[in-house]
Design a protein around this ligand. Structure first.
Ligand code: HEC
Length: 130
């Protein structure tokens, strides 16, 4: 009986581990970390008035939202937060196109707020989802 017992211990451990990890897949983690890297590059682009990089990095952020790994939650609130995020990026791209650094700085702050808003929503959603 020792072998099945050992397996059941392993199984119990696996179940316990799966139960404690978040709903996030490895792909989601990668997309989300890339998102952080792009937003840091956006800040850098604003600081050194690099409009080409500003546009490139904000385009990359928009593309991230189009990946399946982005759509981890289907709730109306998550979709609303996603839309606010995309709209903030669009404002930033408009500012880059207009070569308007002051507007870009404000749009960057607005974008950062959408990151925080969605993450605040996620905390509640993940507890509710478990
Ligand atoms: C529409 C919702 C939404 C917005 C907006 C959003 N995120 Fe996220 N973010 C997520 C989700 C979903 C995860 C996966 C989290 C989980 O499972 O807890 C995540 C995870 C992350 C992580 C952790 C990744 C890891 O290592 O696991 C970072 C860092 C992050 N986001 C940065 C940002 C930044 C920076 C912004 C703004 C530029 C932003 N997020 C905007 C939904 C969002």
């Amino acid at each position: 009986m020792t072998v099945p017992l050992r397996w059941s211990v392993v199984l119990a451990l696996v179940v316990a581990l799966l139960g404690t990890t978040s709903a996030q897949t490895p792909a989601t983690g990668r997309v989300m970390r890339d998102k952080l890297a792009h937003s840091q590059k956006i800040l850098e682009a604003i600081l050194v008035s690099d409009y080409a990089s500003l546009d490139r990095e904000s385009a990359a952020l928009v593309r991230a939202t189009e990946l399946p790994a982005w759509a981890v939650l289907k709730s109306p609130e998550y979709l609303r937060q996603s839309a606010a995020f995309i709209s903030a990026i669009q404002d930033l791209r408009d500012a880059a196109k207009a070569r308007d650094l002051d507007a870009a700085a404000l749009d960057y702050m607005a974008l950062t707020l959408t990151c925080i808003q969605c993450h605040k929503h996620l905390k509640g959603a993940r507890i509710a989802g478990k």
